[in-house]
Write a protein that binds this ligand. Sequence first.
Ligand SMILES: *Cc1c(COP(=O)(O)O)cnc(C)c1O
Length: 450
Amino acid sequence: MDQDGDTKNKLALLGGEKSVKLDDTDIFTWPIITDRHEQAVLEVMRAGQMSGIEVTKEFERKYAHSLGREYGLAYHNGTAAILGAMYGLGIGVGDEVVAPSITYWASVAQAYTLGATPVFADVDPDTICIDPKDVEHRITSRTKAIVVVHYAGMPADMDAIMKIAAKHNLKILEDCSHAHGALYKGKEIGTFGDAAAFSLMTGKSLAVGEGGILFTDDRKVYERALLFGHYIRHDEITLKELKPFAGLPCGGFKHRMHQLSSAFGLVQLELFGRQMVEIDKAMNYFCDLLDDTAGIRPIRPPKDTNTTKGGWYYPHFKYISEELEGLSLSRFSEAVGAEGSICNPGCNKPLHLHPLFTTMDVYGHGRPTRIAYLDESVKIEQYIEKLPVAESINRCVFEVPWFKQYRPEVIEEHARAYKKVIKNYRTLLADDSNKNADVGGYSSFFSGQG
Ligand SMILES: *Cc1c(COP(=O)(O)O)cnc(C)c1O
């Protein structure tokens, strides 16, 4: 069967037939726009309420209620929601914030705006989430908070992290931008932290266009966030220590969400539960088909733990090159891509190696911003981390198709593409010269999937 000239078995990269023939791009369409979305947006437009707050407040109430949190506060994007959350938690000049190195920059870069110093921790190679074992030894008297990112849909190890936070009296900020609807041991992510923030941009699991939202049960966190960037809502401020400053946004920021987004979001909230069930079924089916395949391992929570990936944003698998005689991930990805499926090597690049976090003097302090607000005696070298997993993970994980619909025959074709490449991996070894190709990026947009 495998003789030359058999175009069905020959890899498409080497001139054979493609595995994916159905060409169903609709299975990836996101977000799914219905008449109800159009109606909701048109209504706000026609009423001239784009800059109002009533629709947004309804969106906040409903989302907070569905998550079981006391307060929700919407933002024009997730980056702003995280900045607001940091201010809300009291992060300020001279504080340190521990965050994973593998994440989108907006999990932690905002610390600079508040005069705080990010400290990076390594990630767990099985989950790509912050490794709790690499956190505790980074805690100092300056540490104020840990940013936890539920990366690429995987809930982080919250039991271990909450224990560390309690022991050292630290705040937890959950960045839930990749994991809307995910459960950790039966409890929804976004309900663990002193504050939680979600991006709601177009590519995310719960998409409203550009938008973000902050949740907390702590009145003080909520009111500080209001004071910082929501000046037309300062009538909600009740705390004595904040009241004198109401009227102007103390941060000089305007964080209000566009009401075309919140109107759209109200419809999304209603549909999301059902969509998530469909995505979860489709993605688990794809993973099941590839579970026992050499060289690759789905990244998903173990069965029967009541831990789930929710909307499966930016889904990844592990790549185990040794099981394929050292075949590089870039060559492997090229071959799967040629079969008509999606296989994007890598994930986010490690933040701790970027010059923004080593040398750059953003504001003109005359020293790197990373240490600009610390004692003069502090040297930048003290903050330069070596994080072995973060520095190698881009060669060990890849992004797989993110199916939004359960259509078994299409999903099977994509799984077949992977299986065919793995079955024929030896034919790729001869010309594997691109081993050290630069993979991963600072945005997840590079993947073209969202
Ligand atoms: C998308 C994202 C953000 C920022 O959200 P925006 O809405 O794009 O500003 C923050 N953290 C993570 C992990 C993200 O993926």
